[in-house]
Design a protein around this ligand. Structure first.
Ligand SMILES: [Fe+2]
Length: 451
């Protein structure tokens, strides 16, 4: 397998007050950063002439009239229209968009997969993306897709943006660098990255092979969940999110820009790097977040709360309390509830739950759900602990117990998730997953008080 060090050729802003290691802390802040002194206009957005001969340009992530506009002003070597030419449609056969409901594929069921293995192929961020499920409709900007990425090769003079979606990246193996228009983000397992719709970037392999999960969000951007009675602290704290400082390339070489647009892929040729933003300010920016900084809140006397208590990020659907997508984290934590069945209870859910294992062992499924693996419990399909997990938790001494060495997550959406052909036929689907509940016994015989 490839093991590469990526060239670090971008010019980056110097560190300064409030800036650490090339990142600025905060979620949704109005950031400002410049890679050259004086590149950012003072006190206005659109001066008659920008310093250094730069072009001013706004990147709008929300409608101009949105009640909470998200936009970023970029000061760049060329305006983005110079990064756009005639488009040629190309095919990336493993990257699918909703609606995508293949014939002869049954999405009704409880499914689980072993990790999708690497191959000897050189695969980039684009050619290594493998869609597992799609939900909703990319053209009406509702729903999502889930993907596995298998990346062994850096993109060379090649760039990408998705007009369709915001990408939430959850690495499970290897290290990646996202060289974006707005700066550099490095991620490794236990980090996540959020790449906004429309942001141009190139992906380099810092340490490969790299594998991970992607939630492609067709709808409104991810935001921090409303905290309600939990109050201002714990869960994901805003200052633990990091936006990159400005970085740019002034490189005139033949380059290719690929655009994902309405589920199709198109390519255009450029004579230069489009990563030419020298300075920017605004609240529409890529972010990284270290999942180890997530502070879980849970049951401290009895019962098992809904998993929504572990929500890291939520993408609203327009209906209050009903998410287009919730990103939920199950990490190390103490279990202390008294007289309580402590693992997740049996349930059916109108939402569709796609889970991935980053590392360790998940408490409801001690076997079979392994790091790099995924499971899908689709709309209104029952699931819960397997027999061993049920018997173990029903008979355990309820001392305080640390769930250690565990980090799994869930992409939960209000829409049913449809399997791709890849998920149903090529990925390592566990045909016997449904059997994990076969041994569960009938214990009822009419005797009251029976345990
Ligand atoms: Fe569930």
């Amino acid at each position: 397998m490839n093991r590469q060090s990526a060239p670090h050729s971008m010019i980056q802003a110097p560190s300064g007050a409030g800036i650490t290691e090339g990142y600025m802390p905060g979620f949704g802040n109005d950031f400002e950063t410049e890679a050259l002194p004086g590149a950012l206009p003072e006190g206005m957005n659109s001066p008659q002439k920008c310093n250094y001969g730069l072009y001013g340009e706004q990147l709008s992530g929300t409608a101009f009239t949105d009640v909470r506009p998200e936009r970023t002003w970029c000061y760049r070597i060329r305006p983005s229209v110079k990064h756009s030419g005639r488009y040629n449609r190309i095919d990336l056969p493993y990257w699918k968009s909703a609606p995508h409901i293949p014939e002869d594929v049954t999405s009704l069921g409880q499914y689980r997969w072993d990790p999708v293995p690497h191959t000897d192929q050189d695969l980039t961020w684009l050619t290594g993306m493998r869609t597992m499920t799609t939900a909703g409709d990319v053209n009406t900007q509702v729903g999502m897709a889930s993907h596995i990425y298998l990346v062994t090769a850096s993109m060379k003079d090649a760039y990408f943006f998705s007009a369709d979606s915001e990408l939430l990246v959850v690495p499970q193996e290897g290290r990646l660098r996202f060289c974006t228009e707005l700066g550099i983000i490095d991620v490794e397992p236990q980090d996540i990255a959020i790449l906004p719709r429309g942001l141009v970037y190139r992906v380099e392999v810092l340490e490969g092979p790299a594998r991970g999960f992607v939630c492609e969000n067709y709808g409104a951007k991810f935001e921090l969940p409303g905290r309600g009675p939990i109050g201002a602290n714990c869960m994901a704290n805003p200052r633990d999110f990091k936006a990159p400082v400005a970085a740019f390339e002034d490189r005139e070489v033949p380059s290719t820009l690929t655009i994902k647009w309405c589920g199709q892929f198109h390519e255009t040729d450029l004579g230069h790097s489009p990563l030419d933003v020298v300075a920017w300010h605004g609240n529409y920016a890529p972010l990284k977040y270290d999942l180890k900084t997530y502070c879980p809140v849970g049951a401290i006397l009895f019962d098992h709360p809904d998993p929504s208590i572990f929500t890291v990020l939520t993408a609203p659907s327009g209906q209050p309390g009903v998410a287009n997508i919730d990103f939920v984290l199950f990490r190390e934590r103490w279990m202390v509830a008294e007289d309580t069945f402590r693992p997740p209870w049996y349930h059916k859910n109108i939402m569709s739950e796609l889970m991935g294992n980053i590392y360790g062992q998940y408490d409801a499924k001690p076997k079979g759900f392994v790091p790099g693996g995924m499971s899908l419990h689709n709309m209104m399909l029952p699931h819960g602990p397997d027999k061993n997990a049920f018997e173990g938790a029903s008979n355990a001494e309820l001392e305080p117990h640390k769930l250690d060495n565990t980090m799994s997550f869930m992409f939960e959406t209000r829409f049913p998730q449809h399997l791709t052909l890849f998920a149903a036929q090529e990925a390592p689907l566990q045909d016997d997953y449904i059997d994990c509940w076969t041994d569960i016994e009938k214990k009822f015989d009419g005797t009251p008080g029976k345990k």
